[in-house]
Design a protein around this ligand. Structure first.
Ligand code: PMP
Length: 427
């Protein structure tokens, strides 16, 4: 029995399915990572992987970025966390405010899921309306409030245990400004609009041209709170995220992953008048603060220290350009494999992402449900074949790159991709 198998057997005794996150589940068993550096990681058997998962897209600087590690290590000699205010959280918030167009004020949270929960509570409080409109297939974390519609083409919650009293408050819309305008006409109880700024699943379903500015105009004229979920796009698409690159400013932005330097945590930032609802010194309706938000580990100093180190590196845009170039190289290489093998499939993506579609050579005009419907045997075989050969391609059809990827590593991964594809299609 291999060391990975032994660990999986132990894990299943004490954790449901042996995992801490449902997407880490893998049959016959997951790989157990021991250490990681740059664009590579090694499992407990010493096997090396070229890494395109990168901490679920949190490690844009590459795994174990030395500057981030150093800052965390220095902070650990003082204290990891005491639950008090500290100077580092201010410096971290100042970086976000400097880089993010929508950031008059910043509040730190414990994760991306917590960020979207808090942003929605603020949207409801500010608008005075309980319903939220969200786009088909976009992902905003695992909580009850925004889970309906997370699976594209469904108008339900992809989970047991979510009350209909909650899902009744979520309206799922297609990514069309006209369709959203019509839904807002029909239902005056909608006060908040949520959108993954890249389009669903960090851009596997890109938004139509002009969608973000169209929805901005709509929200402004109708008095709705517009929230961009930039948990993935934040600091990745540009130092100021998708909103800075496109010049469209939401009322609130949700952040996690890169904003923490790839450490646990998250943040929201937004318009002063809305964010001030969190200010305990500005009571309203007898409530101080008007909108309640707590969280034991918000802005823990060890995280803040690493995050500031990351912000410094991310502020010029060079890191993003490097990661983007490596993703473009990966997409081009994979597309060459498809062409050479005469396969009607395509690698595509914005910024430092790469998505695969196996139903044709373009995704133009397809819905989220169509794009995300994959041939299971092929993608399972591809994911497992890649892992066996030492490439971790985040999910079955999507991955990200970092500034630590080199042309040599990307080319090696493309070669492995081609070999795996060959084995699957020629079998
Ligand atoms: N929003 C988006 C766009 C995400 O991609 C994710 C996580 N992948 C989340 C929210 C939730 O973040 P977390 O996993 O930190 O709760």
């Amino acid at each position: 029995m291999t060391r990975n198998q032994t660990l999986a057997d132990r894990a299943r005794q004490v954790m449901p399915g042996g995992v801490s996150h449902e997407l880490r589940y893998r049959a016959p068993h997951p790989i157990y990572i021991d250490h990681a550096l740059g664009a590579e990681k090694w499992d407990v058997e010493g096997k090396r992987y070229i890494d395109f998962k990168l901490g679920a897209a949190s490690q844009i600087l590459g795994n174990s970025c030395p500057e981030v590690m150093q800052a965390v290590a220095e902070q650990l000699t003082k204290t990891p966390y005491t639950g008090d205010c500290h100077a580092l959280e201010i410096e971290w918030a100042e970086w976000i405010a400097r880089l993010y167009p929508s950031a008059d004020l910043v509040r730190f949270t414990g994760s991306g899921t917590e960020s979207t929960m808090l942003a929605l509570r603020l949207g409801r409080a500010w608008s005075g309306k309980d319903k939220v409109l969200r786009i088909d297939g976009h992902f905003h974390g695992w909580h009850d409030m925004l889970i309906k519609g997370a699976k594209p083409g469904t108008n339900t919650a992809p989970s047991l245990g979510v009350p209909t009293a909650i899902t009744d408050l979520t309206v799922v819309a297609p990514p069309s400004v006209d369709a959203i305008a019509a839904l807002l006409d029909q239902d005056d109880d909608i006060g908040t609009i949520f959108v993954e700024a890249s389009g669903a699943n960090y851009g596997s379903v890109p938004l139509p041209d002009g969608f973000l500015s169209g929805i901005r105009d709509l929200a402004t004229t109708r008095g709705k709170v517009l929230i961009f979920d930039e948990v993935i796009t934040g600091f990745r698409w540009a130092p100021g995220g998708r909103q800075a690159r496109d010049g469209v400013t939401p009322d609130i932005t949700t952040l996690a992953k890169v904003v923490t330097g790839g450490l646990p945590g998250g943040a929201i930032c937004g318009r002063r008048d809305i964010m001030e609802l969190l200010d305990p010194g500005k009571p309203r309706d007898g409530l101080a603060p008007p909108v309640s938000h707590k969280g034991t580990f918000n802005a823990a100093p060890m995280v803040a220290a690493g995050a500031i180190a990351a912000m410094k590196l991310l502020s010029t845009g060079d890191v993003q350009k490097q990661a983007d170039a490596m993703a473009a190289r990966l997409r081009d290489g994979i597309n060459a494999c498809f062409t050479n093998r005469g396969m009607a499939a395509v690698a595509y993506g914005d910024s430092s992402t790469c998505h695969l579609y196996f139903g044709g050579s373009s995704i133009d005009g397809l819905t989220a449900a169509q794009i995300r419907t994959v041939p299971p045997a092929l993608v399972n075989g591809l994911r497992n074949g890649l892992l066996e050969r030492g490439v971790d391609f985040m999910s079955f059809t999507s991955c990200v790159t970092s500034s630590a990827h080199t042309p040599e590593l990307v080319d090696e991964a493309i070669e492995i991709f081609d070999e795996t594809l060959g084995e699957l299609t020629e079998a």
